[in-house]
Design a protein around this ligand. Structure first.
Ligand SMILES: *Cc1c(COP(=O)(O)O)cnc(C)c1O
Length: 403
């Protein structure tokens, strides 16, 4: 039974919508690309995006930034992280997260993840206790939400300030409440492969006025903070504008013009990702050798990628599995690889972070695979992808040295 190879690109996103292209062209016609280059009849695309994203996210304040990584750095600084401070974070995430902690001169304390790919709340509580860390940069890695009620209880009990990395959860909810609205701040990315595509970009939301005033000044607002779309009242800045350094990480009007029409369509995009995700997950769920992370009932995810575990797979089998899929045009990433590749790395290759023992995370990553599901794939494509994965799982466990 020869299955046709998969031929579409895993890195091809949808084109930018025509109305977004038109809005970007209109910005270029004015020449006013910088966010503070406004006109009496034109508040600027960035300010408008901030207003619209704050509304959509249900938060009073929003700040548009140059990247998701800058959103995390600025959030930590605005929350009071100082050089040398301990910042708790997931042991399984992508490099911008430990990178942001290194960027503010802080010390990452890595917390184990569970078989369901969320932060291990017992390990979190224990490490918070042991280190006295007052900050958590919580990565909702690959779109998996932990029990947010329990997490926020632990944070309240231990006096921990929570900053949420929502690069993979823009639009995801816990008990109906959007990710990013639980902690002091929500950090979002609009890099091409995230849920909104501006090439690069970031968004930071909060309901804390003093926090957001510090973030706005940090982002490089000079004394133009009144030109923001979702900022605290001017008097909040009285002292903060003098106390806070400018770190220049603004978004520009061109990117914001690309994002506003996409934000209006995001619910359609989310439904599209979930249809693709659920089709693949449904097929994989029939295979005994495959463990799919369990989703808690309160979680409403955005399935823009899919993760599955092959517990007990050896490194040799994992490499052969990925290679067989690649031969068939299917790009599956393995998180257990000893050297980082593409966008994927694990904590062993973050040499700027003090080495830490994470036996549970290592065991999970050794069998963890990940596949993107761009909206350029249709449902037939997804069915074919699932079938290739199932074929490769069968080969992996039936070749020499099998389970
Ligand atoms: C992409 C990403 C970010 C933010 O990245 P930028 O590329 O700086 O916008 C943060 N966390 C995770 C887990 C990511 O994948």
């Amino acid at each position: 039974m020869a299955r046709p190879p998969f031929t579409k690109s895993f890195t091809q996103q949808l084109p930018i919508p025509e109305d977004a292209i038109a809005a970007a062209v209109a910005v270029m016609r004015t020449g006013r690309l910088h966010r503070y280059n406004t006109a009496p009849d034109d508040p600027g695309e960035v300010a408008e995006l901030e207003r619209e994203f704050a509304l959509w996210q249900g938060q009073p304040y929003c700040l548009a930034l140059a990247s998701g990584g800058q959103a995390m750095q600025i959030a930590m600084r605005a929350a009071g992280v100082a050089p040398g401070d301990a910042v708790l974070t997931n042991g399984f995430t992508l490099a911008p997260v430990p990178g942001a902690i290194a960027g503010v001169g802080a010390r990452a304390v890595l917390v184990e993840v569970t078989d369901d790919l969320v932060i291990d709340l017992d390990d979190l509580a224990a490490k918070a206790q042991a280190t006295g860390a007052r900050f958590l940069l919580l990565s909702h890695m690959r779109g998996h939400l932990c029990d947010m009620d329990r997490l926020m209880q632990i944070a309240a009990d231990q006096g921990i300030c929570v900053i949420e990395d929502c690069a993979h959860t823009m639009g995801a909810r816990w008990n109906g409440r959007l990710s990013g609205s639980f902690g002091t701040a929500g950090c979002f990315s609009t890099q091409t492969y995230k849920h909104l595509n501006a090439g690069e970009g970031g968004l930071l939301t909060s309901d804390d006025a003093a926090f957001m005033a510090r973030a706005i000044i940090l982002s490089g607002s000079y004394m133009l903070f009144d030109r923001h779309g979702a900022a605290p009242a001017g008097d909040v800045f009285d002292e903060i504008r003098l106390d806070t350094p400018n770190m220049s990480a603004r978004m520009d009007n061109l990117r914001a013009a690309l994002l506003r029409p996409q934000l209006r369509q995001i619910d359609t995009a989310i439904a599209g990702w979930n249809a693709r995700h659920d089709l693949v997950a449904g097929r994989l769920s029939h295979v005994d050798a495959i463990h799919l992370p369990t989703r808690l009932a309160a979680e409403q995810y955005v399935g823009s990628s899919i993760q599955f575990c092959l517990p007990g797979i050896t490194a040799k089998q994992a490499l052969a599995f990925v290679a067989q899929l690649a031969q068939n045009g299917v790009e599956v990433k393995w998180f257990g690889a000893s050297s980082p590749a593409g966008f994927t790395s694990n904590h062993h290759s973050w040499r700027y972070v003090a080495a830490q023992d994470l036996p549970q995370t290592d065991r999970i990553l050794a069998g963890l695979f990940d596949m993107r599901l761009p909206l350029t794939f249709d449902l037939d494509d997804c069915a074919l992808l699932a079938d290739h994965i199932i074929d490769a799982v069968a080969t992996a466990f039936h070749s020499e040295g099998g389970k």
